[in-house]
Write a protein that binds this ligand. Sequence first.
Ligand code: F6P
Length: 365
Amino acid sequence: MTKTKRIGILTSGGDCGGLNAVIRAVVRRARDYDMEIYGIKGATQGLMNRPVEAELLDMKKVSGILRYGGTILGTVNKGNPFAYPMPDGSIVDRAEEVIDGYHKLGLDALIGIGGDGSLAILRRLAQQGNMNLVAVPKTIDNDLGATENSIGFNTAVTVAVEALDRLTYTAISHSRVMILEVMGRDAGHIAVSAGIAGGAHVVLIPEIPYDLDEVCDRLMNRALRGFNFSTMVVAEAVKTPTGEPVRYTNSLGQTLYGGIGQYLGDQISSRTGMESRVTILGHVQRGSTPSPLDRILGAAFGVAAVDLISQNKYDRMVAWVNREVIDVPIAEAIAQYSAVDIHGTLVRTAIGLGTYVGEIDQLIS
Ligand code: F6P
């Protein structure tokens, strides 16, 4: 008789739409291989805590969760076990405690759902601690290499497009320039996709430099041609025209993205006399009901991850390429950062629509 495999699953990094769809798919597929699935709470923190924080996930526990936002397991996007911030301010390497937690649970394998930062940490833990790791890509930023789509990106774009549609009504009603600042860290994927789908007139992303005079000219020209409004999408990591990052520091001393939209709004209003308003979309891009595409992707990734474990294929990440789930080395996915392809279809489409996406000629010539 073959031994029942014990599989751990955790979600790590920022939450996003579609995580619960992966968890549900893993539990459902595991029945075909007589595997037990243990949901680990709060990412690696659950393996570090004693007693280890994990629960057996059965069909009842995952029933209906595919339509919930967030993650039923909880997550963290800080607390790297290799450089763990202790309450007294010291930084301690607690990796062995996480590894010990994996072995204490008697796990045969671990499914880690995360973005590039989380997957790099999980892979290092797996190599140091003889853990069998299979990875599932998730990040609203869609900047992980080796996969065309990560869980959460489509939901974030859906939310951003809905926001842009709403802002367009106000732009038309009040004859304003409405600016939407979206997430994405150093990648402009959300901004480009939402800008095209939401009909923005200007889309600024970190990958392409821009000229503020040109932005203003485009907006003024629209007004001269009889259009009483314009909409703009700007990615959070876009810098000022002179290359200064725009960040703010909160009361805990954390430096966060946020503010480039307001900077641009002020500049545009003072240079053109046009009234502008700014919306920073923020975490609503992450916490929404998952889009159908993220549910489908989550289901496909969850099933494929369990299939990999059934074949004892580890150190692999499931990936979406050409409408298929494939698997690639985790190291390859982490190494290949995926920024917006400035020569790609989406940028060309935006330009073809007459959208200003920055001084692309500077990059091409
Ligand atoms: O990486 C996902 C992401 O949502 C980024 O787009 C954003 O800059 C960041 O996380 C926000 O992180 P936090 O939840 O710590 O504010």
